[in-house]
Design a protein around this ligand. Structure first.
Ligand code: NAD
Ligand code: ZN
Length: 379
């Protein structure tokens, strides 16, 4: 029986408050309104940004919320005015929308569309006001405008990418955040050059995807940096040539890297979200032309550095979703995976079900996984 036009009652993992385990609840998912798409989530993975919102983000109100933003699913129904999608389409929800009409979409310089729930105007991206979810009579927010730790969710049509129906949803869900973020930070934001030397700080899925991006861009040396020695092996799979654990050295890591590279790396990428590491990543760059990209999320603290670092010719930049425009970037990356030009399966260390989401969160907290994919609904 068709569910179109009706409220769907289904399971979701609700974060009622910060620092507490998620609770599996029966929620209501409203029918899509004008220009909206309701999606049956097939698979979703856990990203550190979900943990950031749950445990570290002290500024945020943002609760109750359904976390999760790295997912793939199938369109269940569409609201009035939706022509680009139809029920049955395979899709990836986007926290970086692409309306193709705003000044940001029209510029090739950025991916920061102004129209999605998460990014519109001065809206709080972590807790946009728009939501189609309720539980026990309360509105439940959709983290980053997506909210994918749920059997169903609703997004605006500007915040969804149509993908090849042959792509395995329980793999390509990772393209919805971590893989595009890291890969694009290297290729689109840093613009890593052939023959260059790179350093990637933090080897979760985001950092490993950055390593993969550096390799794809032709870097000759890629130094992977992490305080967890267990990440070394995985980094090699994605193209790292060296692994350095800052804990093995008494000198600052920037000095270690500078000595290894005759004065500093050409490109560094911070994929941790730690302001001290951001500074180290900048200081690890060579003077004259070094470029350091901040990818890790931190909305609580401030960065600092000596101005001479920049005066001497280094560039400090940030990257959101790897600079990829949402719809175009995701479709292109799924295609690259299907053409065997992009690694995705190698990021997946665990498979679980949605009701095991707290175990998946715990694994990431303890540094024991790269990505855990939660199977939400059977196809
Ligand atoms: P993760 O937890 O899987 O990986 C983080 C890694 O950093 C771990 O391997 C950890 O051991 C390492 N680390 C911790 N402290 C370190 C230190 N001092 N020096 C070196 N390494 C250290 O996380 P993830 O899912 O890969 O996400 C990484 C970061 O990227 C998070 O901050 C996340 O919020 C952010 N992120 C940003 C965007 C964006 O668009 N900019 C998108 C997604 C995620
Ligand atoms: Zn993410």
């Amino acid at each position: 029986m068709s569910t179109a036009g009706k409220v769907i009652r289904c399971k979701a993992a609700v974060a009622w408050e910060s620092n507490k385990p998620l609770v599996m609840e029966d929620i209501e998912v409203a029918p899509p309104q004008a220009n909206e798409v309701r999606i049956k989530i097939v698979a979703t993975a856990v990203c550190h940004s979900d943990l950031y919102q749950l445990f570290e983000n002290k500024h945020e109100v943002g609760f109750p919320t359904v976390l999760g933003h790295e997912a793939a699913g199938i369109v269940e129904s569409v609201g009035p005015g939706v022509t680009e999608y139809r029920p049955g389409d395979h899709v990836i929800p986007l926290f970086i929308s692409q309306c193709r009409e705003c000044r940001f979409c029209k510029s090739p310089k950025t991916n920061q569309c102004d129209k999605g729930w998460a990014n519109a105007g001065r809206h709080n991206a972590m807790a946009p006001l728009e939501s189609r979810l309720t539980c026990k009579g309360k509105k439940v927010l959709q983290f980053l405008g997506t909210g994918t730790f749920s059997e169903y969710t609703v997004v605006n049509q500007v915040a969804v990418a149509k993908i090849d129906p042959a792509a395995p949803l329980d793999k390509v869900c990772l393209i919805g955040c971590g893989i595009c973020t890291g890969y694009g930070a290297a290729v689109n934001t840093a613009k890593v050059k052939p023959g260059s030397t790179c350093a990637v700080f933090g080897l979760g899925a985001v950092g490993l995807a950055a390593v993969m991006g550096c390799q794809a861009a032709g870097a000759k040396r890629i130094i992977a940096v992490d305080i967890n020695p267990e990440k070394a092996e995985k980094a090699k799979v994605f193209g790292a040539t060296d692994f350095v654990n800052p804990k093995d050295h008494s000198k600052p890591i920037s000095q270690v890297l500078s000595e290894m590279t005759d004065g500093g790396v050409d490109f560094s990428l911070e994929c941790v979200g730690n302001v001290g590491v951001m500074r180290s990543a900048l200081e690890s760059c060579v003077k004259g032309w070094g470029v350091s990209v901040i990818v890790g999320v931190n909305i609580m603290e401030e960065i600092s550095a000596r101005p001479l670092m920049l005066i001497a010719g280094r560039t400090w930049k940030g990257s959101l979703f790897g600079g990829f425009k949402g719809k175009d970037g995701v479709a292109k990356m799924v295609e690259a995976y299907m053409d065997k030009k992009l690694k995705v399966d190698e990021f997946i260390t665990h498979n679980m079900t949605l009701d095991q989401v707290n175990d998946a969160i715990e694994l990431m907290k303890e540094g024991k996984c790269i990505r855990t994919v939660l199977n939400v609904s059977p196809k």
